[in-house]
Design a protein around this ligand. Structure first.
Ligand SMILES: Nc1ncnc2c1ncn2[C@@H]1O[C@H](COP(=O)(O)OP(=O)(O)O)[C@@H](O)[C@H]1O
Ligand SMILES: [Mg+2]
Length: 162
């Protein structure tokens, strides 16, 4: 069984803080799948994580471009949004294999649409609308993912105390 933790009624600020809590780890690379309906907060999470990891430029949603890439002092990150992909074979042109240096961070929205063409995730987040807030479920799928899940849990605790 992969360890999973769930939280309900996460506000936007809390989600942003939670994403930021992963920034230092994310600089070491890894793969995060971001699941949930339109407007669930996948891009909000990715943007907060990238900004906290040091991406200074404006972080655009890759909804139309499919991929936005960032490189900063020895580290790179790719943010994908596969919403518009009908078939994972459409991803071939991206040359994903070349992007997958183990020290690279890969954030993938709508990973369901890229099954077979994507690397195995370390962490999977699922966001669900819950009124104005969001319910969040986080699953760790590797040793690295388990460390990250611990970080997320710590962040949620700090946030609910304050
Ligand atoms: N708790 C929350 N977490 C994330 N986003 C929230 C939250 N509450 C409200 N929002 C808003 O919902 C929208 C989420 O949009 P976005 O992150 O682009 O979603 P997605 O990428 O999943 O389609 C943003 O406008 C954001 O301000
Ligand atoms: Mg999005």
């Amino acid at each position: 069984m992969n360890p999973t933790q769930a939280w309900s009624a996460i506000g936007e600020r809390q989600l942003v803080a939670l994403a930021a809590s992963l920034a230092a780890d994310a600089r070491e690379g890894g793969v995060i799948f971001l699941e949930g309906d339109l407007g669930a907060g996948k891009t909000t999470f990715a943007r907060a994580l990238l900004a906290a990891a040091g991406v200074g430029e404006r972080i655009k949603s890759p909804t139309y471009s499919l991929i936005e890439s960032y490189a900063l002092d020895g580290w790179s990150a790719h943010h994908l949004d596969l919403y518009r992909i009908a078939d994972a074979a459409e991803l071939e042109w991206l040359g994903l294999a070349d992007l997958l240096d183990p020290s690279t961070l890969l954030l993938v929205e709508w990973p369901e649409r890229g099954v077979g063409a994507l690397p195995a995730p370390d962490l999977r987040l699922h966001l669900r609308h819950a009124g104005d807030a969001r319910d969040l479920e986080v699953t760790a799928l590797s040793a690295r993912g388990r460390a990250w899940l611990g970080r997320v849990a710590g962040s949620v605790m700090v946030q609910s105390d304050s």
